[in-house]
Design a protein around this ligand. Structure first.
Ligand code: SF4
Length: 740
């Protein structure tokens, strides 16, 4: 056990303090240590390797410096900014490390007492601050024993937990009847997990993907092939399904299941800053943590509600409590960004702990678009202006320079949208100056107005992505009204590659992962990634698929398409009254179809999706589709109702999809097409066709949810009859041209 890790567990005390403190880079840290060592005498040893034991616990580490003549051990830390503002919990940790090394040196050299020092070296001023204390050897050895005992007790209970858990997982049998398609999926996931492979699994609705992927991954954990499981989903519904499935298993399997929720959703004091002087739940956070941690782990399933309750019992922040619990949980459920984002928490933790992780990516077709957003950054003139207005005088000049550099580009621009080869050097220099200046003001950062802080984080993200700029991204400027400057990622593969390389096994599953190459290319999965196309549990007789070729939904034909689409809906409704969903490409299109329906069939009730519906409005919209009711719902394809909506049986008996789902034709999508063409020779397919058809299949998937369901899907557009389009439709569908 490394001294650093042991102390992190036993010695963190005091408040949680997230005030921004600019840390020196690794290079500055190493250089700082060398300078400090160079200032010491000849008897000064550096990087002193030490090892000791406590019962069966072996403790290792390297003291930064030991002066045998002065009998002094140094724990050296480099820093930048105001030392007085260093959080107390950091200082407590530094003392604990120094004392642990002190104890190990006392035992090794049979010393009776030792001077223990913290040496803080300021990388900007090269000034050293030394805090030293003299301790008798017995006191240091007692300190060593106390911390080791604390850790050993915990480690032992952790070991016992793992042993019991693994035995239970090995004995675990599948809790329901295994359907053949689900078994096929589960076997492939298990193979991938134990062989350390990645898997793309296309599995239609109804297969039981949540349990079909979790069960084999848990089995692989029981077989000691996986240390941790991360279940990642883009939507709340996906995470809820996983939690529900794990609830049933957790109590008998002694599983610790953790749900991680975004800070803005669980923060109890949104107007406060995350440090003890501002937020009561940050005050004495580390003192209260052991109690909160023990109670939460005892609960087994630690969903948002449970963590909230435990956090309140112990008066600690629920968000940071869940981050601490991640170290001790077997299965963690959260959003994609916790593993794939630029500074992903779970990925960082897994790397730090050396875990072999099994990652399950639910509805993985969403990962391409989500990852693009994770690796894009924008700065708008508007935010520069707001920040400049509210910035302290010290920052105003540097913000103004950044603004001028951006403005220079916008002024010279011939068209409202333009792509540049890269961000100009002068702009990067201006950004660098601004970032450095605001970093130097770090200890005031919490006091800076929100627009200034927002600009700072946007600038940091923009700068770091501009530094890694390559053919995977474009730099563009849009100038109508207020100019926006964007590093826009198109192919996230180069960023995600390492995430896959450093995972034992990643299983990406969804009903729409065709063609496989599209996902390999865009996500950066290795060529060795396994592919599985799970057979549908539904029969073609359950779903009537009609291709409507006499209507074109192209933009220029839209006016003429409204009336025939409405007639088609009414005709079907009269043939089989019930609940239907109609999908079109825009709110305007949807509203015009609804108006036409009101004109020709006012007796048929309809419900319309509106822009920016709240969660309760969305629920109300869906609740309108009850068993036995008759209603036409109209929604935008790719929006809130296009996927992740479960309306089984009579709640939904048909869908009309009046679009091919192609992304809007504009300069940005055209840029993507050009880049996809350059990189993969498939610009149109990669930019328009595949993403469009994925949305169509997802929306059509709302109709048949169980083996008892029957329904109809109308694919409205002449292009649905083209072979390259039909080839992308699910194999179990048997589309027919519409009877007229
Ligand atoms: S409750 Fe909110 S403000 Fe307080 S520490 Fe937690 S996240 Fe920060």
């Amino acid at each position: 056990m490394a001294v650093r890790v042991l102390c992190q567990f036993t010695a963190k005390r005091g408040d949680l303090d997230l005030r921004f403190t600019p840390a020196p880079s690794a290079r500055e840290g190493i250089a700082g240590h060398l300078i400090v060592a160079g200032r010491r005498g000849r008897d000064y040893e550096t990087e002193v390797t030490l090892e000791d034991t406590f019962d069966s616990l072996r403790v290792r580490g390297r003291a930064d410096g030991y002066d045998s003549k002065e009998r002094r051990v140094d724990e050296c830390k480099t820093y930048r900014g105001d030392l007085a503002r260093m959080p107390d919990n950091h200082r407590a940790l530094h003392w604990a490390q120094a004392k642990m090394y002190g104890a190990m040196l006392c035992r090794k050299h049979q010393l009776r007492e030792l001077r223990v020092a913290l040496v803080y070296y300021d990388v900007d001023t090269e000034h050293e601050t030394v805090l030293a204390e003299t301790h008798p050897a017995e006191a240091l050895l007692a300190f060593f024993d106390e911390h080791c005992a604390q850790y050993a007790a915990w480690a032992q209970s952790e070991l016992a937990h793992k042993t019991t858990r693994n035995q239970a997982l090995q004995a675990m049998s599948f809790p329901y009847e295994f359907y053949p398609a689900q078994r096929q999926l589960a076997e492939s996931v298990y193979r991938a997990a134990v062989h350390g492979e990645h898997l793309l699994a296309q599995a239609p609705t109804g297969v039981g993907k949540t349990l079909g992927t979790l069960f084999p991954m848990l089995k692989a954990m029981g077989a000691k092939k996986i240390d941790r499981i991360f279940y990642l989903a883009a939507k709340t519904t996906g995470r809820e399904l996983a939690l529900h499935a794990l609830h049933a298993l957790a109590s008998t399997m002694k599983l610790r299941v953790l749900e991680i929720t975004a800070r803005e959703k669980v923060c109890k004091y949104p107007d406060h800053a995350c440090h003890g002087e501002s937020c009561p739940l940050a005050k004495r956070f580390y003192d209260r943590l052991p109690g909160a941690r023990a109670e939460a782990l005892e609960r087994g399933v630690m969903d948002q509600k449970t963590i909230g309750a435990v956090a309140m019992n112990h008066r600690v922040c629920p968000y940071f409590l869940s981050q601490e619990l991640a170290r001790w949980s077997d299965v963690i459920i959260g959003d994609y960004n916790y593993y794939f984002d630029q500074s992903a928490f779970l990925y960082g933790l897994a790397q730090e702990q050396g875990w072999r992780v099994g990652v399950l990516v639910d509805e993985a077709h969403n990962l391409v678009e989500r990852a693009r957003r994770m690796y894009s950054a924008s700065i708008a003139t508007e935010s520069l202006k707001r920040a400049k207005k509210e910035a302290p005088p010290l920052l105003r000049n540097v913000i103004e320079r950044v603004g001028k550099e951006f403005q220079r580009l916008a002024n010279a621009q011939q068209a409202p949208y333009q792509v540049y080869e890269q961000a100009p050097k002068s702009l990067m220099k201006a950004l660098d100056d601004y970032i450095s200046k605001q970093s130097a003001l770090s200890d005031q950062a919490v006091l800076l107005p929100e627009p200034v802080q927002d600009l700072f984080f946007d600038a940091l993200s923009f700068y770091s992505l501009a530094e890694e700029f390559a053919e995977h991204s474009v730099f563009d400027v849009t100038t109508p009204d207020y100019a926006t400057y964007t590093i826009r990622n198109i192919v996230p593969a180069p960023f995600l590659k390492l995430r896959f390389a450093n995972s034992q096994s990643v299983v990406l599953f969804s009903a729409t992962l065709t063609p496989r190459k599209f996902y390999l290319d865009l996500l950066g999965l290795p060529d060795t990634t396994r592919w599985l196309d799970v057979e549908s549990p539904f029969s073609p007789e359950q779903l009537e698929v009609q291709l409507v070729q006499h209507i074109s939904t192209r933009y220029q034909h839209r006016d003429n398409s409204i009336a025939p689409i409405a007639e088609l809906i009414v005709k079907q409704f009269e043939r089989a009254p019930g609940n239907y969903l109609v999908f079109a490409s825009s709110f305007d299109y949807v509203a015009r179809i609804a108006e036409q329906l009101d004109r020709i069939a006012p007796q048929i009730p309809n419900r319309l999706q509106h822009r920016q519906m709240t969660e309760s409005e969305r629920k109300e919209f869906l609740d309108g589709f009850a068993a036995g009711s008759q209603c036409i719902g109209l929604a935008v394809l790719g929006g809130a109702f296009g996927e992740g909506v479960d309306l089984p049986g009579e709640r939904m008996i048909g869908a009309f999809i009046a679009t091919l789902g192609l992304p809007q034709l504009n300069e940005i999508t055209e840029q993507m097409r050009l880049r996809m063409d350059d990189l993969f020779g498939a610009g149109y397919d990669y930019t328009y066709l595949y993403p469009g058809l994925h949305k169509v299949i997802q929306a059509a998937g709302r109709v048949i949810r169980t083996r008892e369901d029957r329904g109809v899907v109308y694919l409205i557009d002449d292009r649905y009859t083209r072979p390259e389009v039909r080839e992308l439709l699910p194999k179990w569908w048997q589309p027919r041209r519409e009877r007229r």
